[in-house]
Design a protein around this ligand. Sequence first.
Ligand SMILES: [Zn+2]
Length: 306
Amino acid sequence: MVHLIDALHLGMSDIICIALVECGPNELLIVDSGPESVFESVVAGVRKLGFRPEHVRHLLASHIHLDHTGGAWRWAEKFGTEVYVHPKGAPHLIDPSRLVESATRIYGDQLNYLWGTIGPIPEDQVIAVDNGAELRFGSCQIRVLYTPGHAQHHNAYWLDSEQTVFCGDVAGVVIRGGPPIPPFAPPDIHLESWKESLAKIRTLKPSSLHVTHFGRVDNPARSLDALEKRLFSWADWMKQRLLEGKSESEITPEFQKLVDSELLSDGASQADLSTYEYADPAFMSVAGLIRYWRKYHPEQVPPVRR
Ligand SMILES: [Zn+2]
């Protein structure tokens, strides 16, 4: 049985969702923890469902971006929770100094307000798991799916009993059952491997998906197809802007308009737009996509303009 906890990030609903799975009477797992700033609110969410947070024995990390697992160290410290993560992410959970460095560069003095504090997890509580690994917790049989594209250290997790995949960010951002959009956060965006990751998920013919932003997706095939289409159409759009010689700051408001108009025409409401923007800020996607073109296809775009 999968339960959903709204982490109430910055007091807002429908931004960050934590899935909680019952594997046995005293054995629970959560998928991602949310940032450290929502730790207490997720703990309260576990209690509200009638469970005890000290029974959360396992934490499956989709990837180590702060909105997903910035708070994992608190679970490890307070409840002895073991954290499963891709081998490329594991060293940064054990020693988060580089994570702190890059987050400080992006968020500056907003870091603490947005994500809380960052701390290390003892090495013996971090378990590196790669593609194909099978995990058995009580009645839960889980298969690890390495799913890069959004981040090079991204895992998704197949839960056999529910025929569902916990997708982190690789299946996009889907607010209130609306259209899926790709979070193009820097620095790892790679469209070619993202496409392969989506194919890997499709092969399993899941009956549902779970995404961190936000919750359960009941039409996996349609949602994955729509996301894939958008991955490439937005990347092409970005390439055109670069070819026009536009700068990042010129592109950002135009990109925001593109996102809003596509969301509205695909059925999102005006109120949904700001939730999408909180979960997946336009400036991040612009930075991530520009980096993708310059890093992987420099011959197709003009050089950096200062
Ligand atoms: Zn992410």
